[in-house]
Design a protein around this ligand. Sequence first.
Ligand code: FAE
Length: 551
Amino acid sequence: MSDKGLHKTNQNGVSRRGFLGRTGSILGAMALAGQIAPSQAQAATAGAAAAGPIDNGAHVPALVIGTGYGGSVAALRLAQAGVDVHMIEMGMAWDTPGSDGKIFCNTTTPDYRAYWLRTKTKAPLSNFLGFPIDKAVPRYTGILDAEEMGGIIVYQGRGVGGGSLVNGGMAVTPKRANFGAVLPTVNADEMYDTYYPRANAGLGVSLIDPAWFESVDCYQFSRVGRKHAQRAGFPFVFVPDVYDWDYMKQEAAGTVPKSAVAGEILYGNNAGKKSLQQTYIAQAKATGKVTISPLHKVTSVSPASGGGYTVVIDQINTTGDTVGTKTVVADKVFFAAGSVGTSKLLVRLKATGALPNLNNEIGKGWGDNGNVMCGRANHMWDATGKVQASIPCGGIDNWDAGGAFAEVAPLPTGIETYASFYLSITKNPNRAEFSYNASTGGVELNWQTAWKAPSIAMAKTIFDKINSKEGTIYRTDLFGTNKIWGDHLTYHPLGGAVLDKATDNYGRLHGYTGLYVIDGALIPGNTSVNPFVTITALAERNIEKIIATDM
Ligand code: FAE
């Protein structure tokens, strides 16, 4: 594959912390032992962990809404430039273990930590062998939000670190030839010479050791995926990741506690994965100029009478109830609440008169990165392995000919499934729009499930051919009964405040000085590969310009 970025390995500049060894929580232990409700325990521990939650009436130079990729880049670079930053995060700090000694629960055993304010899990794969697998969980400010937006469920990470807490860590730079379609108004030379390398370094991106890949049991599923791809004439490419591959080697050898090899991913990794907590956020905190308020949700931003912006923030408890409201003033506000979070805020603030001068591009240009999932049933001689590492490390590239790039994904069930599983990113052209519903006070998205049809057609350019070559069929038991395609969801929401449309070409919102968008909302719907490296690189580019000219 002629991709400059795809195979790039760069570990420079990564601030790494230990993954384990955090202190235990007596309160958490009491909660799990049933002595007090988890909500009470976690409210106490989250409050204790949050060094310096923002005070009512505070005045801050820079306020960042959200602690995902865009927010973390903004906070670090502003702090390094000498600006005091406060980050507001609606999710939890995720720095305190429960009574099992673990901060995060396993994918196969979801508990109160798994879902954002749900009473039943909402797993992306809803069924197995046709049977529903979702189960009851206590309502809690858990780590994964399955946000139902009409025709689509948008999965997002909640907590300090945003999507980096729950994602697969696949850190993919788009092929340069495709970049013009990803961000048409951005100079590709600058991105590929400066900002993509800076983002990859900051995130701690590296590639699996190819020799180890060939030998280890936990990537048998990926080797089977490669064999089938190549026999059907498709290139299989290794995909970089932020997982610590040396740690995973030790997991496989049984010398350290297992995380990826034990199937941890969707509800957090207790070791091995370099989430933003270990990289950008650790560096930002180390400057001494960044504080974070977890379990705080921004509800309003409007011009303050004396200059800057009045920001209204609800403090919530772990069952999602508002326990206090704070009003602060910020000289500059960075919207980094993720594509959906930022879009919903801006659409509502424009419609309700808090920020009436935002332009009519607000809420537009939203896409799902063409996500669609499917499984294939292999022959008995193509076992994919009982033990599967939860971190994908390879993909099938048919972007140019068929408009699809498919991750060979694990199905870490702990049993032999004889299934190959894939998340495809496709060139789906459909774009949706957010709008304010005055009667409910909510913000809606007009995406239709039928709009996934182009994604299915593009994914079929790969899997119909593989099935025909191998004499195999699609699995029909993973997303319901007799349902082949996981076309109800996305992991990759993008757009809603598109660069050079809702904002100028560096994320400055039109209509207001000192308001910025710096997250996935800037990207118009598709990145041709997994999106977080592009979100990070674009944030690096934009914040450099903003610091140079606006601070
Ligand atoms: P994001 O990381 O979503 O951060 C936004 C933050 O803002 C969150 O922490 C929110 O809780 C917080 N927030 C929202 N509203 C408010 C508010 N009103 N007040 C305060 N805080 C608020 O945004 N991408 C890849 O490139 N590779 C992968 O392997 C990959 N796998 C994924 C797997 C899963 C299951 C999921 C869900 C996503 C995956 N992604 C992957 C997507 C990736 O995580 C996502 O594109 C980025 O996290 C988006 O970054 P942002 O900075 O835009």
